[in-house]
Design a protein around this ligand. Structure first.
Ligand SMILES: Cc1cc2nc3c(=O)[nH]c(=O)nc-3n(C[C@H](O)[C@H](O)[C@H](O)COP(=O)(O)OP(=O)(O)OC[C@H]3O[C@@H](n4cnc5c(N)ncnc54)[C@H](O)[C@@H]3O)c2cc1C
Length: 416
């Protein structure tokens, strides 16, 4: 049986927090089966072998709005609400959650929190951790616990809810979340630059620090990725060299001024004319940039986190290995899709070793984000043991003492 199946009689679909709590408590006292929280099932195979041995806990019926005090700019929803549904509700009030989520028609807010999803806007808006103000969740033995609340300033002491961000369903099943929202900006424009060398990209990115503009996102694509992203967005843009796409959001006159200003500032680094993309084309291109990190049939997709100052040397190595690379450039987050020629485990391991050798282990890391399912058992999915592993084990012991929640994914962390 695979994790992406559409459901079996043994799967559990709670319709309330108390049902969820009862199920996990009964499981802990009797059958003690391994259980697996699932939301939109967009990422179940990521960083984990594609198999499981017990019931899935599907959050699809936990999808209601609990409270939406519009003027407070906060909303409380159940964890199985899909991102598109959430966006529709809050955009009707001129608000948004500025976190980029691929496959947002399926992904759930619980899944976004559990995987700490982020995309291009992370540069200016931060991550989901910055927007979660309260969480309710049920631990591995059925205890419902709450952290934070529905107002912005409400946490005294340790903020337990933040700890569930990125916990991958290994510590508890998130059932309800309160989120801080932002106003929707009036306008968005993108500026697409073409550079002829990694060195000039590096210089331009360094100059961002002293720019008179405040970009919302700074995306880099090597030629392979740029060709795929421009094809996906159906916009003709230069894509044979190194592309950097800068995003601006805000009042229209401010956005227009900033787009022109960055073109003036970067004239020193890029000899080719930059292009401004606006209106519906800006959304098309932005969506293609958001989806690119996950939408892949390639044999392996990698995610590397490196110091921004070391990013271009990592990208040069990856490009020389024929990897399609996209980076949230100002954050040092790099996504790479390996080519079809990486057709054997041996071959992939060699590529991983070369990439690993240009990452400083003290400041960066590499993870295999997605791979052929029969390779997942053999590849080191988290290429190096995580920092704070002992603390993580203590948390796991406290919240899931019988090791019943997604424990296989937990042990994958130290397989390498
Ligand atoms: C390791 C990892 C890293 C990722 N990093 C990024 C990234 O950096 N950028 C990006 O754009 N996308 C990332 N994704 C993809 C991202 O997960 C999806 O876009 C989406 O957020 C997942 O939502 P979902 O509802 O489809 O979750 P699912 O695919 O159903 O589940 C994904 C994981 O979340 C857990 N989970 C789901 N719902 C709950 C819940 N209510 N309570 C507890 N656990 C739950 C599951 O057990 C599983 O471990 C990542 C995915 C994973 C697994």
């Amino acid at each position: 049986m695979t994790l992406t199946h559409s459901g079996t009689p043994e799967d559990f679909v709670p319709t309330s927090q108390s049902e969820l709590s009862r199920f996990l408590s009964d499981n802990a006292t009797s059958a003690r089966k391994q259980t697996f929280p699932v939301g939109g099932r967009t990422s179940l195979a990521v960083c984990c072998p594609d198999s499981h041995s017990g019931p899935l806990i599907c959050t699809s019926q936990l999808n209601r709005v609990v409270d939406y005090p519009v003027r407070d700019m906060t909303i409380t929803v159940e964890a199985g609400m899909r991102l598109d549904q959430l966006n529709e509700i809050i955009s009707a009030e001129g608000q948004r959650l500025p976190i980029d989520v691929p496959q947002s028609n399926r992904a759930t807010i619980g899944g976004v929190i559990a995987t700490n999803t982020s995309g291009p806007r992370r540069f200016s808006y931060g991550t989901i951790r910055d927007y979660v103000i309260g969480i309710s969740a049920v631990d591995g033995v059925g205890n419902l616990f709450k952290s934070g609340g529905r107002v912005v300033k409400n946490v005294a002491g340790y903020d337990l809810g933040k700890m569930l961000v990125g916990s991958l369903g290994t510590l508890s099943v998130i059932s309800q979340v309160s989120l801080n929202l932002r106003p929707r900006p009036e306008c968005m424009q993108l500026v697409w630059f073409d550079f002829d060398s990694c060195q000039s990209v590096d210089q331009a990115l360094e100059a961002i620090v002293t720019s008179g503009t405040r970009p919302t996102a700074v995306e880099y694509c090597n030629s392979k990725a740029a060709r795929q992203i421009t094809a996906e967005s159906r916009i003709e843009l230069p894509n044979e060299n190194h592309a950097v796409c800068i995003c601006y959001e805000g009042p229209e006159n401010v956005v227009k001024w900033q787009a022109q200003q960055i073109i003036n500032e970067w004239r020193a680094f890029s000899s080719l004319d930059a292009q401004i993309i606006e209106g519906s084309q800006a959304s098309q291109l932005y969506n293609a940039l958001t989806e690119y990190q996950t939408s892949s049939d390639d044999p392996v997709t990698l995610k590397a986190v490196v110091l921004p100052s070391q990013m271009m040397s990592f990208i040069e190595t990856a490009t020389s290995l024929n990897i399609a690379v996209q980076a949230h450039a100002a954050d040092g987050i790099v996504f790479g899709h390996l080519p079809d020629s990486a057709s054997s485990l041996e071959n992939v391991n060699q590529i991983l070793e070369q990439l690993q050798s240009v990452i400083d282990p003290g400041t960066g890391y590499l993870t295999i984000y997605q791979c052929e399912s029969d390779w997942a058992e053999s590849l080191p999915l988290f290429c190096s043991p995580p920092a704070g592993w002992e603390l993580m084990q203590q948390l796991k012991q406290a919240l899931d003492p019988l090791q019943l929640l997604n424990s296989r994914r937990f042990t994958e962390l130290v397989k390498s």
